[in-house]
Ligand binder design. Structure first.
Ligand SMILES: [Zn+2]
Length: 531
């Protein structure tokens, strides 16, 4: 098992603003990163994102705004980093491909790759998509008419001398590693797609542009008339800063083989075919996983800059409060498949899952604890372990018990395992099943009725102790998904130390502990307020 883990999002092409689609990837990776930090400790997890800032599209976007490319990307990069801050994406590295550290590192990799004889200079004539900034073979294009499969535009025939990476020599090795899951591509369907992409010989990969045509890139260390940019440049963003900080050898030995890349399905080919070859050509080891997600559709089509249906993720954070967008996309979308984003559905989930299921139980149980016991817990939690309970109270207590199991860790372990498997939706379903069991336990035991007779108060104290402890464990399990909400729940439970937060069911809230009066977590809402 990895003791260290390096997690990346794709770096974001900074010619547009962040939208819910780009936030989705960062949020999934953030949930994964937070879950790994709980297991390995913060110092053993590195989580990286950033912006891809070179290339012709960006140069043109800068010109259109009357800015120098660097000034333009300074502005755009901040839009992304601010959006991710606003969504509580807790990064360790924010890499910009125009940072001096990154540029120097890319030049070192070019020198290394050149020295290994894996780069060739030659004249080339090819079909080039300006939107994708890459050459296509006729086979890859939509026919008739040589249309780019991504942009649906006619590609241009370009003839020029360039530097090429000889990648076909690594194809057999990459296929072998994918087949053995040494490059783990998941979900499985993408593994098969990647193997199909590798079935035919690969043409050499063009990694340069003559400055005369396009100079917004990183100068080649062995030819100052050329720059490299886009893919060759962008891939190294996964490596450049941590390797420069820790040393290349240390990073490659201790961290890199445990790398989890989170990417969209549209860049599977570049990551499954080109990226391993680029690493092997530089004599470096390979990453561990490609975690491939689908597209977030809005109004029936993919949310993207070019579709014009983008939504600002931070506006939802502001309108609904923290964690709500995160909860929604993780609960609603099966990782790997396309999902639908709609404001109506977001409001539905907000009211049903957050205001009702989660918010209600927290405020009801804390209100009762306050009303009957001045917030003080007087007994240790104890649920029905025996499965033979036949009455409603006994069987509901047993069902709640089963959520935590004999060692009190079942929920946490199920959630962590589901996150490892990228089953974010399943993890949240496990947490909500626990909330459901707790709600049914309240209905069956009816502590608010029992409390009317003072003779029953010991029994009520036991019921509330059981429920408060259940709420604590739920808050702990929710933490990677809803960090702000978990912190709020821990606050009203008056729990501040990690040992109590993370304790198995039964070992957390002790007799004598006092909880605070409730504050509303998710006030009900009728519809989305215009933001
Ligand atoms: Zn294209």
């Amino acid at each position: 098992m990895a003791e260290r883990i390096h997690i990346t999002t794709a770096i974001f092409y900074s010619n547009g603003t962040p939208h819910v689609g780009s936030a989705y990837e960062a949020l999934a990776a953030d949930v994964f990163a937070r879950s790994q930090r709980r297991r390995y400790g913060r110092e053993n997890v590195s989580f990286l994102s950033g912006t891809d800032e070179h290339g012709d599209k960006i140069r043109r976007a800068a010109i259109a705004e009357g800015l120098a490319p660097k000034a333009y990307t300074d502005k755009m990069s901040v839009l992304f980093s601010d959006a991710f801050d606003g969504l509580n994406v807790d990064l360790d590295y924010w890499v910009r491909t125009t940072d001096a550290v990154h540029e120097k590192f890319v030049q070192q990799m070019l020198t290394k790759t050149q020295a290994r004889g894996n780069i060739e200079f030659k004249e080339y004539e090819g079909l080039y998509c300006v939107g994708c900034e890459r050459f296509y073979t006729e086979k890859e294009l939509q026919q008739p008419g040589n249309l780019c499969p991504t942009h649906n535009t006619v590609v241009e025939l370009i003839k020029e001398s360039n530097y090429f990476l000889k990648i076909d020599q690594f194809r057999a090795e990459v296929i072998d590693k994918i087949k053995r899951d040494e490059i783990l591509i998941r979900p499985e369907r993408y593994k098969n797609e990647a193997l199909n992409m590798l079935a035919e010989p690969l043409s050499d990969l063009c990694i340069s542009r003559p400055k005369a045509r396009m100079d917004w890139g990183i100068e080649l260390p062995f030819d100052d008339l050329y720059v490299t940019y886009v893919w060759y440049d962008a891939f190294w963003a996964y490596v450049s800063e941590p390797a420069s900080r820790l040393g290349l050898d240390t990073f490659m030995r201790d961290w890199w083989p445990h790398t989890e890349h989170f990417i969209g399905k549209d860049i599977l080919k570049t990551h499954a075919v080109y990226w391993p070859a680029i690493l092997l050509a530089a004599g470096l080891p390979l990453f561990k996983s490609l975690n491939v997600h689908g597209w977030l559709n809005f109004g029936g089509s993919r949310m993207s800059k070019s579709s014009g249906n983008v939504r600002d993720p931070v506006s939802y954070e502001k309108a609904f409060g923290p964690d709500v967008l995160r909860y929604f996309v993780m609960r609603e979308v099966v990782y790997g498949l396309d999902g639908d984003f709609s404001e109506e559905r977001l409001t539905e989930r907000y009211n049903a899952d957050l205001a009702n299921d989660l918010g209600n139980i927290v405020s009801r149980v804390l209100a009762m604890a306050q009303r009957y016991f001045d917030g003080e817990i007087s007994t240790a939690p104890k649920l029905a372990e025996a499965a033979d309970a036949t009455d409603l109270i006994g069987s509901s207590a047993h069902k709640l018990y089963l959520c935590f199991g004999r060692d009190g860790k079942a929920l946490e372990q199920k959630v962590a395992a589901a996150v490892d498997d990228l089953d974010f939706k399943g993890a949240l379903e496990d947490i909500w099943q626990t909330l459901d069991a707790a709600n049914k336990y309240i209905v069956a035991t009816a502590p608010f009725s029992l409390a009317k007779d003072p003779a029953n108060l010991r029994q009520v104290a036991q019921i509330l102790a059981n429920l408060l402890e259940a709420i604590r464990v739920v808050a702990d399990a929710l933490e990677p998904f809803m960090p702000v909400t978990a912190a709020k729940i821990f606050d009203v439970l008056n729990v501040s130390d990690d040992t109590t937060k993370r304790a198995p069911y039964g070992d957390g809230l002790k007799p004598g502990h006092k909880v605070k009066p409730p504050t509303p977590l998710f006030p009900r809402r009728e519809k989305l307020a215009a933001s």
